[in-house]
Design a protein around this ligand. Sequence first.
Ligand SMILES: [Zn+2]
Length: 280
Amino acid sequence: MGIRCGKLEIDVVSDGDFWLDGGAMFGVVPRVLWEKVAPPDNLNRIQLGLNCLLVRSDQFTLLVDTGCGDKYSKKEKQIYGFETESLLLSSLGRLGVGPDDVDYVIHTHLHFDHCGGSTRAVEGRLNATFPNARYVVQKEEFRAATHPHERNRASYRKENWEVLNDFRKLLLIEGEVEILPGVRCVPSPGHTEGHQSVLIESSGEKLAFLGDLCPTSAHVPLAWVMGYDLYPVLTLQTRKEFYQRLASEKWLIVFEHNVGQPFGRIVGGEGVHRYEVAEL
Ligand SMILES: [Zn+2]
């Protein structure tokens, strides 16, 4: 069901779910604590949603992140527990949005679970899933994705962006940029150096899509930082800056990897830097 943010129409569109190692998802947090909020399966994996954001006005149709997509081997599908096919296009279709309708895609970053749905193979050839869209990425993130090292190589897969670059569909930005009226890309480094979040403000209403700065509502406590983060202390610093504003201004938050309810609000702060999530 859609909600409104001022003049903008907002929907959370799902690409299904997948499964990742619970220990890796919660970093230094002991299992006896995280298993209470995210019960693992017999392979120690926890279930994660793939929530993308659809933002519409009478002038534009914008998507934030595109889920995992479906370009995986049988073995990879088993490891990550992927659906047999990508669900993003059918989720969009139910809202009357076709691939040609999307004007912009903003990527929080280029890990495969955030941009896998941006390209797809048709008759054996890879192409942009949204042929009329500009794909917005921080320049620093694109640099990291195209120059991977041993620690991040598994997350960056060139089949997710190479054709976008070849066909000049990428819009590489630096720093904070208002992409469309009321839609702002704001750097939020830590998970990766070039990670960005999307802050939406319209007629006094405020909605934030934080990406992997805070992947689920269970990750809201400041130190509950993923083991996947390349720069965990930077994540902590970025969180403090973002949370202070998001809590005091009562922003509505969309958690990209929540299973079930994707919305929440971050509450707390007041100098002691303690934050928690208030479910709606
Ligand atoms: Zn992610």
